[in-house]
Design a protein around this ligand. Structure first.
Ligand SMILES: *[C@@H]1O[C@H](CO)[C@@H](O)[C@H](O)[C@H]1NC(C)=O
Ligand SMILES: *[C@@H]1O[C@H](CO)[C@@H](O)[C@H](O)[C@H]1NC(C)=O
Ligand SMILES: *[C@@H]1O[C@H](CO)[C@@H](O)[C@H](O)[C@H]1NC(C)=O
Ligand SMILES: *[C@@H]1O[C@H](CO)[C@@H](O)[C@H](O)[C@H]1NC(C)=O
Ligand SMILES: *[C@@H]1O[C@H](CO)[C@@H](O)[C@H](O)[C@H]1NC(C)=O
Ligand SMILES: *[C@@H]1O[C@H](CO)[C@@H](O)[C@H](O)[C@H]1NC(C)=O
Ligand SMILES: *[C@@H]1O[C@H](CO)[C@@H](O)[C@H](O)[C@H]1NC(C)=O
Length: 467
């Protein structure tokens, strides 16, 4: 009798948990730049979250079905707790993908789950191999108003097999990225954790009005080309509150490669990066290039923390790139354990093929770094312009660099550059003449705001409708 009562109580308690769970996943609120009228769960389309069943078809069917609501208030697809193995799938317009905090998308390691897509026109070829590329896990092209978000749910690229193929030279095509969106307007990628990408993590390209917010990116620091966030030929982008540990640059700003990028001619401009924490022992916190042939202009970075990284802000370019990197503004950076606080490289090389134009000289101009502290630094700066094509208008002010015990004798190595400095320790090279302590605020940081800062999130709700 007592036992029966206990069982009954247990059962009813369980029912309570079940129905509370059902409520949690049938209705919740979250913040996004656009809200949606319709909502469905991946399980409505046959999704199975057991970690071994492929959900590629479920994702494709769900998004195809939900795309009919694009012009009727938009739709949202909810991914519940579970491990959802999947290959590549495509997004649609006025669409939100939402990952529950305990949802893990597991990227398939089976190549047949990854369709091939054309090389990007501004690159002329894949980054790993000539010709085609595996489509990214989450892919979209020619879209308007797309959101990928969650309660910090996870996308696991299971990249080891791809890294191994890369190291052994066994790749037939360029490795997939985790998220790649082309030719689109109005994107939000937020509140997610991305781990072990096969290659780059987040790649918005030829797009505008992009918000990347609250993303954690984790990859082994020796994994090849696991760049964090790569805005590429994008206008009006905001990257904020991200934490990135990776085997390559944490943020790499790009705009196409040599003759292909020059012909395509689409710059990355009006980019804000703020509140970024980066650990990148083999690469840069923020890289500008090396593919910058369409130009990079008006980048504003502030409140950046770098730990155990090779370099802080790095400009990478080469003869043959053409294009420009100009009007770059960085302030408020804290660096700890760095090889070089500042690095500019004019002879990066790395050409897509031998048809690059040796007369295509990049223009590097108006680069401003201010209000920074660094400690345990091996060499303050390595600033190498291009002979006959100096990098000009470099301004460094109010920067204190404490050296490591193992610091180099030569702390600033400057060639083919021109600019000024003030209130910088240790004393910069002669090519950056000191303007005196009263010019501590010499390097500008724009006071106006960019249009992307006017894009606000609102409170949206998900309600499951059995469609
Ligand atoms: C996604 O779209 C691209 C470009 O339209 C296409 O090549 C690819 O096959 C599509 N992928 C899937 C899984 O449908
Ligand atoms: C996407 O937009 C680009 C640029 O406008 C255009 O060249 C391309 O044909 C479009 N692709 C599709 C699949 O509509
Ligand atoms: C998303 O992250 C922001 C901070 O970046 C936080 O304010 C917000 O509550 C998070 N939203 C969800 C749904 O977790
Ligand atoms: C999201 O998850 C990652 C990985 O577990 C964690 O490091 C990070 O702190 C989480 N972010 C938030 C905002 O909870
Ligand atoms: C300083 O940097 C070196 C590597 O260059 C590292 O081994 C050491 O632990 C760092 N020291 C501190 C105090 O962070
Ligand atoms: C110098 O930089 C520090 C941060 O490193 C900042 O707190 C301080 O306000 C700056 N000083 C001036 C005069 O801008
Ligand atoms: C300084 O930079 C120049 C140009 O890149 C290079 O040739 C030279 O070896 C460097 N010197 C030192 C001491 O690192």
């Amino acid at each position: 009798m007592v036992a029966l009562l206990a069982i009954l109580i247990l059962l009813s308690a369980n029912n309570g948990v079940e129905s509370r769970k059902a409520k949690v996943t049938d209705y919740f609120e979250y913040s996004a730049i656009s809200c949606r009228a319709y909502g469905a769960s991946l399980t409505d389309f046959g999704g199975v979250g057991d970690g071994t069943t492929s959900n590629t078809k479920a994702f494709q069917a769900a998004i195809k079905h939900l795309s009919q609501y694009s012009s009727r208030g938009g739709s949202q697809l909810f991914v519940p707790p579970g491990k959802w193995l999947t290959g590549s799938f495509n997004l649609s317009s006025h669409f939100t993908l939402f990952l529950h905090k305990d949802a893990v998308l597991l990227a398939s390691q089976d190549e047949s789950e990854w369709p091939l897509v054309e090389p990007l026109p501004s690159y002329g070829r894949g980054r790993d191999t000539e010709g085609g590329r595996f489509s990214s896990l989450i892919f979209g092209t020619n879209l308007t108003d797309v959101i990928i978000t969650g309660g910090n749910g996870t996308i696991d690229g299971q990249g080891e097999v791809w890294w191994e193929k890369f190291h052994k030279g066994e790749l037939k095509y360029t490795r997939p990225y985790l998220i790649e969106i082309l030719y689109s307007n109005k994107l939000q990628i937020s509140n997610l954790t991305l781990v072990n990408s096969p290659s780059w993590n987040v790649h918005p390209v030829y797009s505008s009005n992009v918000v990347v917010q609250g993303i954690t990116i984790l990859a082994p620091v020796r994994s090849p080309n696991t760049d964090g966030i790569n805005p590429d030929s994008c206008t009006n982008t905001r990257i904020e509150d991200c934490y990135i540990v990776s085997g390559d640059d944490c943020v790499a700003v790009k705009s196409g490669w040599d003759e292909y990028g020059i012909a395509f001619g689409m710059p990355t401009k009006q980019l804000v990066i703020r509140r970024l924490t980066c650990i990148s022992p083999t690469s840069a916190v923020i890289a500008l290039g090396s593919e910058m042939s369409g130009g990079i202009q008006d980048v504003r970075a502030e409140d950046i923390v770098a730990i155990d990284s090779e370099s802080g802000v790095r400009i990478k370019t080469a003869i043959g790139r053409g294009g420009f990197v100009k009007d770059i503004f960085v302030r408020g950076m804290t660096m700890k354990t760095m090889k070089w606080a500042f690095w500019m490289t004019g002879n990066y090389g790395s050409h897509p093929d031998n048809n690059y134009d040796p007369n295509a000289i990049p223009v590097i101009q108006n680069i401003n770094y201010r209000d920074m502290v660094a400690e345990n630094v091996t060499m303050a700066a390595r600033l190498e312009g291009i002979p006959g094509d100096p990098f000009t208008g470099i301004c460094i002010s109010n920067v204190t660099i404490e050296l490591a015990k193992t610091a180099k004798k030569l702390l600033w190595n400057c060639t083919d550059i021109a600019g000024i400095s003030s209130a910088v320790k240790p004393q910069p090279c002669d090519l950056l003449p000191d303007q005196g302590p009263e010019k501590i605020a010499a390097c500008v940081f724009p006071e106006d705001t960019l249009p992307i800062d006017d894009v606000k999130v609102q409170t949206c709700s998900y309600r499951r409708k059995y469609l």
